[in-house]
Write a protein that binds this ligand. Sequence first.
Ligand SMILES: Cc1cc2nc3c(=O)[nH]c(=O)nc-3n(C[C@H](O)[C@H](O)[C@H](O)COP(=O)(O)OP(=O)(O)OC[C@H]3O[C@@H](n4cnc5c(N)ncnc54)[C@H](O)[C@@H]3O)c2cc1C
Length: 416
Amino acid sequence: MRIVIVGASLAGATAAATLRDEGFDGEIRLIGAETQLPYNRPPLSKGYLRQQERFEDQLVKPAAYYADQRIALTLGVRATAIDAKQKLVELEGGERVAYDRLLVTTGGRNRTLSVPGATLEGVFQLRTVEDCDRIRAATRRARRAVVMGLGFIGSEVSASLRQLGIEVAAVEGARVPLARVLGDEVGQALAAIHREKGVELVLEDSVAALEGSDRVERVRTRKGRVLPCDMVVAGIGIVPNTELLAAAGAEVDNGVLVDEHCRTSLPDVFAAGDVTNHLHPVFGRLRVEHWNNGYQQGRAAARSLLGGAQPYDYIHSFWSDQYEHTLEYVGFATRWDRLVFRGRLETRKFLGFYLDSGIIRAAVGLDRGGDPDDPKADGELKAAASLIRNRVSVDPAKLSDEAVELRSLVTPVTGR
Ligand SMILES: Cc1cc2nc3c(=O)[nH]c(=O)nc-3n(C[C@H](O)[C@H](O)[C@H](O)COP(=O)(O)OP(=O)(O)OC[C@H]3O[C@@H](n4cnc5c(N)ncnc54)[C@H](O)[C@@H]3O)c2cc1C
């Protein structure tokens, strides 16, 4: 059997490796538009941006791994079309690659920055290591930066630039950073941290224009603020790279639609990672942009490619590092009617539980990790994940009581 994977990053490389881990002995070909070996992006807004980490240490798998495992790599080449009837992928340059099963892990790309002045020198967006290298080069000369958007990328870049000693003003439309995902109270706590670190927060405002003769010199906001700067980093979100699949006839709606087995609507065509809008047994349909999902869904897709019947039911989680703080989140909640805290917000060491009709949908922790080197190995958030998976109806008083072990609350509600 020939398995072809289009998109050579976290989800694609993880899937290729999992195929071998599962004992698949057939052909694997991993095709990617970027010229580098598959690498992890999280350090691009953190240690790598601050020049504290090396690119070689961010690879998903070491360079020798692919040859050792007979995974054929085609890098720096874009797939241009999928013919799902003939089972062919067409590449830039005209090569046609036959497959028996195809996995698409094309991720996302930065949303186009459409404000006036977007093409001035010194204006950046961040997705790839080349983007990051350009930003790194600019930080060597910059004294003042403006960050557009205080989502995760904007928040982390603001933190890293401050850590590099650059003055930062951050422009965000909402009342607080990360309001949509974390809500106002947690957002206030994060806003206070940024302010303390010297970031000027320009909230409930947006960028009207970037101005300068060749290079960006200032940012003008809709409310009339003028923010002088030597560089701008826009963290305004991504769009999923669904065009290949859409043109081939797959169903697409904010990502390519896949079922619980990572199957698209096209026969023998699967998808995983940021590009998918996937059906989840606990959360329903969703698209997330988390490293943990790229990894876990990459693994799940590999098993499905081999005929496995286990649905992909990972309870989503992510982390974000800002300054010396680590934020962790588990679950998925776009709305909640109650937010219960364990630990006080002002202490900046708390857990927040997002409840909807008494059921926990998600939890966020700030600096609650037991092991600071491994933010993903946190016992409390693991217990929270079990509560979320089992749709446990919990007594808020117990959730907020530090003396009550979260694990003791994990008793599934029957009859759901
Ligand atoms: C700066 C930054 C910091 C991040 N920090 C965190 C973090 O702290 N925590 C967290 O949980 N997540 C973080 N993320 C998100 C995480 O990196 C993504 O969720 C993850 O990269 C998704 O992996 P993926 O393989 O699905 O897609 P991607 O990483 O987007 O990879 C898709 C690949 O497919 C290639 N491709 C696209 N179209 C084609 C085509 N037609 N032909 C061939 N190849 C194609 C692309 O070039 C790309 O290499 C961060 C992301 C960025 C950019």
